[in-house]
Write a protein that binds this ligand. Structure first.
Ligand code: SIN
Length: 484
């Protein structure tokens, strides 16, 4: 791996401010999804390492919680600066382990750093309250404090940004963290750990262990020192984690699956809708929780929309993310690509029509060429499940109420998008959609300044924005009595 600063590439767990040696010699292989070749062996952590990480975070907690907001802000600010300074290397590492095109990897590093920058500022704004007391001899004051040790479990689709989005608010609030990155993509997380050392973040405040998912998960959900677990990943795993956290009554934040509708009304600006669709569908080769999953298009404009979209899609370059002109990289692995191919085949058998793309392209690899399917109905698996691949599914509607009903007809409630030029409809439809994030004539909705999170089976809690700190804070009510 050609890096300007090779010391950003790490293969050991980061515990108590050190690169720790694991008890066993077992390793976990990190592959490049573009060619399925091994990149590096990373030490495989088990419960013992996870427990040591928790103890280290617990030990570091009193000191870190006792620092001033200004001091914590300084550390977070330095993290953001170091990430900017090492953007090229961080992006290269990310592309190699995750597959996304280098330009997207750079955008992700900036997105990740933006959370450190944002929460450096927010750390200084954890305000309390005074409340008029019900009797003359009392005074009521409300203060906020960090919740304690936080466990973070992050996915492979945004190996840097999802960790930044959790670590930054936790540290801003005065919490310490233990983190388990996805085993497919631990290198971006370990590179952040190296930068945390350089940023002067004290030992034990950030700990990172990759390896035995079950064993580490058990420690994270059951250890009494951990007061909160934050997870980004599938709804199925999120449900299990919530259940496992119950015995120690931990707070949880869950950023789970999505099944985003993308509605285009007949009066929409068609060019804007097609551009929005390209972004909402093909970012990270369709592997984001907020990717448009179900295209719900007004019957009268459906043929024009499909044609314009297919034309734009035909120009997309699929290939190794390291090549300059690549716009769609591989999926995370071949199994993921095979799953998407199987969903497409099933839809075709169930009556969907292939408008663009070749479902057999890239067979035997993690690459999938963008595909458009029309004649989709709500009961098809491809319409009900998160596709997590570059496949557009087109269904049609006649009336606004029908479009809303189709959009809400899912257990998920993360992101939804719609395009219309009717100002009344823009309010009406946004009100009626049961989703935590709604893009109206806009599909670039992810930003550190706004609350990211979902309703229903898409999870609980919000990340980013002024709301993102609340999930890491406890409220303490102080009642002073006997005041004369
Ligand atoms: C995700 O896919 O989980 C996050 C996507 C984003 O932050 O935009």
């Amino acid at each position: 791996m050609q890096l300007l600063d090779p010391s950003l590439l790490k293969s050991k767990p980061f515990i108590n401010g050190k690169w720790h040696s694991t008890a066993s010699t077992q390793t976990l292989t990190v592959y490049n999804p573009a060619n399925q070749q091994a990149l590096i062996e990373v030490d495989y952590c088990r419960q013992a390492e996870a427990e040591y990480a928790v103890l280290s975070a617990d030990k570091a907690l009193p000191h870190w919680a006792g620092t001033t907001a200004q001091e914590r802000a300084g550390c977070l600010q330095r993290m953001a600066e170091l990430m900017a300074e090492h953007e090229d290397d961080l992006a290269r590492i990310l592309t190699l382990e995750q597959g996304k095109p280098l330009a997207e990897a750079r955008t992700e590093i900036r997105y990740s750093a933006s959370y450190f920058q944002w929460f450096a500022e927010e750390a200084k704004r954890v305000y309390g309250d005074t409340i008029p007391a019900p009797s003359r001899d009392k005074r009521i004051v409300v203060t906020k404090q960090g919740i304690g040790v936080v466990a973070c479990i992050t996915p492979w689709n945004f190996p840097s940004a999802m960790l930044g989005r959790k670590i930054a608010p936790a540290l801003a609030a005065g919490c310490t963290v233990v983190c388990k990155p996805a085993n497919q993509t631990p290198l971006s997380a370990l590179a952040l750990a190296e930068l945390s050392l350089r940023a002067g973040i004290p030992a034990g405040v950030i700990n990172i262990v990759a390896g035995d998912t079950q064993g580490i998960g058990q420690v994270f959900t059951q250890h009494p020192a951990i007061r909160k677990l934050t997870f980004t990943g599938s709804t199925a795993v999120g449900k299990r984690l919530i259940a496992d956290c119950a015995s120690t009554v931990k707070r949880t934040s869950m950023e789970l699956g999505g099944n985003a509708p993308f509605i285009v009304f007949a009066d929409a600006d068609l060019d804007a809708a097609v551009d929005g669709a390209m972004l909402a569908k093909f970012r990270n080769a369709g592997q984001t929780c907020v990717c448009a999953n179900r295209f719900i298009i007004a019957e009268s404009i459906a043929p024009a929309f499909a044609k314009a979209l297919a034309e734009k899609m035909a120009l997309l370059q699929v290939g190794d993310g390291q090549l300059a002109n690549t716009q769609i990289g591989p999926l995370i692995d071949q199994a993921a690509a095979d799953h998407v191919r199987a969903l497409v085949q099933q839809a075709l058998q169930d009556g969907a029509q292939l408008i663009a793309g070749d479902p057999d392209s890239g067979k035997g690899s993690a690459f999938i060429e963008p595909i458009v399917l029309s004649n989709i109905s709500s009961d098809m698996a491809i319409f009900q499940q998160e596709i997590f691949g570059p496949v557009v599914t087109l269904a049609t509607f006649d009336e606004e109420a029908e479009a809303i009903q189709m959009a809400n007809n899912t257990e998920y409630g993360l992101a939804a998008y719609f395009y219309t030029q009717n100002i009344n409809a823009s309010w009406r439809v946004a009100d009626a959609l049961d989703f935590g994030i709604v893009g109206i004539n806009e599909s670039a909705v992810s930003t550190e300044v706004a609350p990211f999170g979902g309703m229903k089976a898409s999870g609980n809690g919000r990340e980013g924005s002024k709301y993102g700190l609340d999930d890491y804070l406890e409220i303490k009510y102080r009642c002073y009595g006997g005041i004369v």
